[in-house]
Design a binder for this molecule. Sequence first.
Ligand SMILES: CC(C)(COP(=O)(O)OP(=O)(O)OC[C@H]1O[C@@H](n2cnc3c(N)ncnc32)[C@H](O)[C@@H]1OP(=O)(O)O)[C@@H](O)C(=O)NCCC(=O)NCCS
Length: 306
Amino acid sequence: MPGPSAANPPSPALPPHRIATLQGDASAFARLTYPAYRNMLAPVGIGTVAFGAWIGDAPVGLILACREEGRTTLLSVSVASGWRRCGIGGRLMEMLAAAVPAGERLTATYSSRLPARAAFEGLLRRCGWGAPVLQSMRAAGTPRAVLDWAKAHSPALRVLRSYGLALWRDATPDDRAEVEQLIGSGAIAAEFSPFAMAAQFEHWPDNSWLVRREGKVIGWMFARLELPDTVWYHGAAVRRDVEHLGPLLLMFHRVHQVAAERLGPDSTWRIDSFPRTPAMLAFMRRRVAAFAGFVDELYRVDRTQG
Ligand SMILES: CC(C)(COP(=O)(O)OP(=O)(O)OC[C@H]1O[C@@H](n2cnc3c(N)ncnc32)[C@H](O)[C@@H]1OP(=O)(O)O)[C@@H](O)C(=O)NCCC(=O)NCCS
C-alpha cells in the first residue's frame, strides 16, 4: 500500500494496522532495519525479539531486539517514512516492553549522529525510558587537519610553552613516583594510570608522552599503533586543576607531529574514550570537533520493567 502523499497527509490518529511477533522468514521487513541486522530476519532466530507492523499487506514498521542473559537490547525501531508520527512507533515500543519479563532491563545505545535522533529521543521519553547517559565519545581524523588547525591557531599553542614533553619510555624513577602520587592523591583517576594502561595494551613507545609543568609531571597521553597507518589515542589524562589550561592540546599537537612524520599526514587517528571531567568533555566537543573528520557521542538509555 503506498504511503499518503503530501496532498494526503497521514491522519494524526493511529491508522488501521496490525502488529504481530515475527517468526520464520521475515525478510519482507529487511528494509526497515540496518544492513548489519538484516540476517536476523531470515529466519528470526532464538534470542531475537521482533515485532512487525502492517497496513494492509504492506510492512510499515519493525522493532528488533536481542535477549541475552536476562537483558534485552533494542537494536532498531523504524516506521516507513509515509507513516511516521501516527503512533506506530509507540505501539511497537509497547509490544517490546510487554515482551520483557518484570524486573529485567531494556537497553538501547545510539549515536548523536543518528539522523532521526530527535524523533528517537522523543519516542524513548514518551515510552517511559530513562534519561540518555553518555557512554563514550569517538573521533577520527588525519594529522594534517590537526597540524593545519594548529598553524592557524598558533597563539593558542604559544601559551603552552611553559610545559615540557618527555617520552613515557624515558620516564625517570622520580617521574614514576610523581605519577604514583598523582593517582594516589586522586588528582588523576586510577583508571587512567599509565602502569595499568601499559599492562592493557602495547603502547607506541615513540609517541606516548608525559607532560610536565614547572618540572613536575602533570599528565600523560598514550598512543597505540595499529599497522599500517592508524593510531589510537588512549588514556589522555591531566591533573584536574590545570586541564583547562591546554596541556591536552599540547600533547595532541605533539603526537600528530610524530604521526605525520612517521606515518604520513594523511594517516588516520582515532579516539574512543569516555571524557570523565567537564574540561575533557569540552576538549572533545570543541577542540577535537574542530579538526576531526568524524566525531560522535554514544548514549545509553535504559528502561526497567515494573
Ligand atoms: C523514531 C521513529 C521509529 C518514531 O516512530 P513513529 O511511528 O513516528 O512514532 P510515534 O508516532 O509513535 O510517536 C511517538 C512519540 O515519539 C515522539 N516523536 C516521534 N517523532 C518525532 C519527531 N519527529 N520529533 C520529535 N518527537 C517525535 C513524540 O513524542 C511522539 O508522540 P506525540 O506524537 O504524541 O508527540 C521514526 O521516526 C523512524 O522510523 N525514524 C527512522 C528510524 C530511526 O532512526 N529509528 C531510531 C533508531 S533505531
